[in-house]
Design a protein. Sequence first.
Length: 231
Amino acid sequence: MLISGIEKFSMVDFGDKISCTVFTPGCNFRCPFCQNGGLVTDAAEQPLLDEESIFDYLKLRRGLVDAVCVTGGEATLQSGLDEFFARAHELGYITKLDSNGLKPEVLERLIDGGLVDYVAMDIKNSPAKYAMTCGLKRVDLAAIERSIRLIMDKAKDYEFRTTIIKEFHTAEDFAAMAQMIKGAKRYYMQKYKDSEGCILHGYTAIEKPEAEEYAKLFEGKADFVGYRGFN
């Protein structure tokens, strides 16, 4: 599996668990607000880390680190992802995958194989604005819908999440997203931050009071609605 970055000790990527997070290069989306832009637009130019050195680190940190998270880019594009998670499990780690949901066949294989303990899937926007939000002309919405359903039906544990931005999201969009994930266990609204790594800059964050109003649209649709990145 290609790996272009590692955060060896994270307390924010997997709830209250201490995790080691690895970053894979390449993505099938081009979300302009993506904070890991280099992994998306310049994937071929990214440095590659030796996978064995990562497992050497994980062997030394057993008992100190709880989980291994794989993010990107888009990790489901990577060959060797199954084997990476299997090896992490063999070392006693809990595993988490971040995904945009465009490769449901990979998600299903990982879930059915018991290789991933937690899936975090991005819900980018309402169906009508999905492609625009992803920086594409079109998106296979059937694949997105299939991923949502199989995560809800089969995953050991999971969340859906959206980076919320004034230029992209309205009340109507949130209402449509609530319908997309109807019956979900949990959903998070994430505050947009214009960081150096973003593909494009200058968008406007939605602040907490407005986010809380939008959260009401998820009542009866998601069991839990939470917030990340807000003061």
